[in-house]
Ligand binder design. Structure first.
Ligand code: 5GP
Ligand code: ZN
Length: 137
């Protein structure tokens, strides 16, 4: 879809730090890294959000969650993970292409609940590159 930042990322028109890709799904590091390893899983097909998807369409995305969640948890040595999707601006959605947040949690981390719904600074590309290497290496 024109003017959708995630469609452009999937098409390779905007660079991203890819974690996983298949025919239906693309996963990449969130530019803001609420915690280290914060990843977004998106369907390649454009949907505004889960309100607009059928169960089967969503299932192609959620089917990948256990494998990716475990990969990120293991490689980042996380202790847990929050998995969430924000539907519509009222719920904090800011990019209107369905995405599921994987937010690794680390024992003793603080402020994550508060910062998740706030505007966050972009992570340094060098940090993103390092995290991508850690997860895929
Ligand atoms: P939402 O606020 O819609 O639940 O989540 C959108 C997420 O997309 C935010 O966490 C934001 O950091 C991330 N994001 C926005 N633009 C870009 C981008 O150009 N590249 C990447 N990797 N993430 C982005
Ligand atoms: Zn899109």
């Amino acid at each position: 879809m024109d003017n959708c930042i995630f469609c452009k990322i999937i098409a390779g028109d905007i660079p991203s730090y890819k974690i996983y890709e298949d025919d239906d799904v693309y996963a990449f590091l969130d530019a803001t890294q609420v915690t280290k390893g914060h990843t977004l899983i998106v369907p390649k097909k454009h949907f505004r959000n889960i309100f607009e998807m059928t169960g089967d369409e969503l299932a192609t995305v959620t089917a990948k969650i256990p494998e990716l969640a475990n990969l990120i948890k293991d490689k980042m040595h996380a202790d847990g993970m929050n998995i969430m999707s924000n539907l519509e601006a009222a719920a904090g959605q800011s990019v209107f292409h369905t995405h599921i947040h994987l937010v690794p949690r680390y024992k003793g981390d603080t402020g994550v609940e508060e910062t998740f719904f706030r505007e966050k600074p972009m992570a340094d590309p060098a940090l993103l590159e390092g995290i991508q290497k850690e997860i895929l290496g």
